[in-house]
Ligand binder design. Sequence first.
Ligand SMILES: [Zn+2]
Length: 151
Amino acid sequence: MPCLEMDIARARAALERLGEMKTRQVTDPALAVQTMEPLLRDREQEVFVVLLLDTRLRPIDIVELYKGNLDGLTVRPAEVFREAVRKNAAAIIVGHNHPSGHAEPSPQDLHITRVLARAGRLLEIPVHDHIVYGAPQAWCSLREQHPDTLN
Ligand SMILES: [Zn+2]
C-alpha cells in the first residue's frame, strides 16, 4: 500500500479506536495502550502521541505530534500541551513507540517525562502517564515502572 493510503488507514483506525474508548476511564495503562495502539503499532520511525483526557480521565482526542528519532529530538512542552489547552483537557497521557520492539525507557525518555510532568503541574494539566510501546505485549507504563518521574 502506498504511504499516504497507509497513513489515512492508520488515522481512520485511530479515530475508530478513540470512538470506542470515549466512554471509558483510562485509569488502567492497558486501556491507554489500547487507545494509542493504532498510531504506535508497526511504525518504522518513532512517533510521539498525546492523548487528551477529560476530568474523569475519558479520552477526548489523540494527537500525533512527532515522528523521527526522539533521542535526537527535543520534545517541547509548549507543543505537547498546546492541544490540551485548546481543547480544555483536564489531563494528558503521552506515549511513544520503540521500533526495535523493546519497551525499556531510555534515560532521555525518563528525562522528557520529568520535564513534561513539571510543565503539567504549572498548567494544572497533569501528565497521568507516559507509555513506551514496543509491541502489543511489550509496553511500559512509567506510572507503574518509574512513578518518581511523574511526581
Ligand atoms: Zn523511547
